[in-house]
Design a protein. Structure first.
Length: 174
């Protein structure tokens, strides 16, 4: 199912309220909007709790689509290829996005060549998103190298060593 066609829990709750209101034949007026219910003790003061419980019933976790964390969403909806790692790369003429595609091609990424997949998208600010891929073995090697650098920086920071490209000291007090 296309992600643009899914309803959020808020949209589902609003649709359920609209449907319930359409079924109701009583017009809501200030006098009957919060009627007192002698059996349940419902009054205007606790009606918000009742409405909240109705919303919870409408948007139960079983009815919600599977949760995808924000940092995974572009990966989640990217068509994958066995043995490769794909990513969307933002490319532009200036600033941080300048020549990103060319930089990644220098790291052996390539633009996905598949006629069945839209591989270039244009954002409202004029930058483009390009779907690129790299062989998984090179991706893993890059990630291991990045982790080694992070580990070395962590050791240097905690042992009062100099970190290349950084200045200042960090003191950890236990």
């Amino acid at each position: 199912m296309n992600s643009r066609n899914r309803k959020t829990p808020t949209q589902k709750a609003a649709a359920a309220r609209k449907k319930a209101a359409a079924k109701s034949e009583t017009k809501k007026t200030p006098e009957n909007f919060f009627p007192a219910n002698e059996e349940s003790g419902s009054t205007a003061e606790n009606t918000s709790v009742e409405v909240a419980s109705e919303v919870e019933q409408v948007a139960t976790p079983q009815e919600r689509p599977r949760r995808v964390p924000l940092h995974r969403q572009s990966q989640e909806f990217t068509p994958q290829r066995e043995g490769y790692v794909r990513r969307w790369v933002r490319d532009g003429n200036r600033g941080h996005y300048a020549n990103r595609v060319q930089k990644l091609e220098g790291a052996w990424y390539s633009i996905v060549q598949d006629p069945n997949i839209e591989t270039v998208q244009v954002a409202s600010d004029g930058t483009r998103r390009v779907l690129m891929e790299i062989e998984e073995k090179y991706y893993r090697a890059d990630q291991e190298d990045k982790q080694k650098m992070n580990d070395a920086n962590l050791v240097a920071a905690t042992e009062d060593q100099e970190i290349p490209g950084q200045y200042g000291n960090i003191t950890i007090v236990e």
